[in-house]
Design a binder for this molecule. Structure first.
Ligand code: ADP
Ligand code: MG
Length: 253
């Protein structure tokens, strides 16, 4: 069951994880995760492969269930029984490494489907909003193509526009540029930077440390299911506190 525990306000963190633990079978994948994210904050999450970054992100919109601790998103507490999961999902948009667009639908249809089914908008209304966000990610001229006719960078921008069409309070990104050819990374990061500048609350799993320096309020380093350290980008990069963080940064920078 999801309970409305409080109204979102400027003071209340828009995301709060308290002593969150998760297991896959015997495997303890998230260990006492504590994290508070203020409205408008931009967080970059990094760490070695397998450290639990995706799992943590996916718990926030309940693509994964946690077993212990509390997760509150936009004033709604995530509990085991999820009758009202849409309440949270409406507030949280997500972009994945592999875009996950519907291949048999046009770009425009990808952007209108959920608006019409979940938000019950008319086709006309949904298309107008879709075009607004497709313009925002500079891909409106491709609206009638199918995803397979676009480059990876273009597809990822469509995926971002599709999420924005639901007008979420929070955007989660899970390695949005790591499947892209290098020449397409910048066009996606540019869109993410603009979104950040517009004030979106963002959690981004990424190893694009230039992006982290440019937009993050905080960089979080995870290893083996734990948040090892977190700091403002400048301090994080210039003065990492733990050997594990230093080793990781040496490998990726
Ligand atoms: P990251 O995103 O940091 O690479 P993940 O959150 O994807 O890490 O995975 C953390 C650990 O959990 C890894 O060891 C991974 O193999 C394991 N894992 C992820 N998903 C599952 C699953 N559905 N079932 C069992 N183990 C999983
Ligand atoms: Mg991952």
């Amino acid at each position: 069951m999801i309970e409305k525990v409080n109204q979102s306000s400027d003071k209340e963190p828009v995301i709060r994880l308290k002593d969150v633990n998760k297991w896959y079978g015997e495997f303890h994948v998230l260990k006492n995760i504590n994290l508070e994210v203020e409205q408008g904050e931009k967080i970059v999450i990094c760490g070695p492969s397998g450290s639990g970054k995706s799992t943590m992100i996916r718990c926030i919109n309940h693509l994964e269930e946690h077993q212990r601790g509390d997760i509150v998103v936009a004033g709604t507490e995530l509990k085991d029984d999820l009758k009202n999961i849409e309440l949270v999902r409406r507030e949280v948009g997500m972009c994945f490494q592999h875009f996950n667009l519907f291949p048999h639908l046009s770009v425009l249809e990808n952007c209108t489907l959920a608006q019409m089914w979940v938000k019950k908008k008319s086709q006309q209304e949904a298309e107008a909003l879709a075009m607004k966000y497709l313009e925002r990610v500079r891909i409106a001229e491709q609206a009638h193509k199918f995803p397979g006719q676009l480059s990876g960078g273009q597809q990822q921008r469509v995926a971002i526009a599709r999420s924005l069409c639901m007008e979420p309070q929070i955007m989660l990104f899970d390695e949005p540029t790591s499947a892209l050819d290098p020449e397409m990374v910048r066009e996606v990061l540019d869109v993410m930077v603009e979104l950040a500048e517009d004030g979106m609350t963002m959690l981004c799993v990424t190893h694009e440390m230039g992006f982290a320096r440019e937009v993050a309020d905080r960089v979080i380093f995870m290893d083996a299911g734990e948040i090892i350290e977190q700091n403002a980008p400048e301090a994080f990069f210039s003065n990492p506190q733990f050997d594990r963080t230093q080793n990781f940064l040496q490998q990726i920078i």
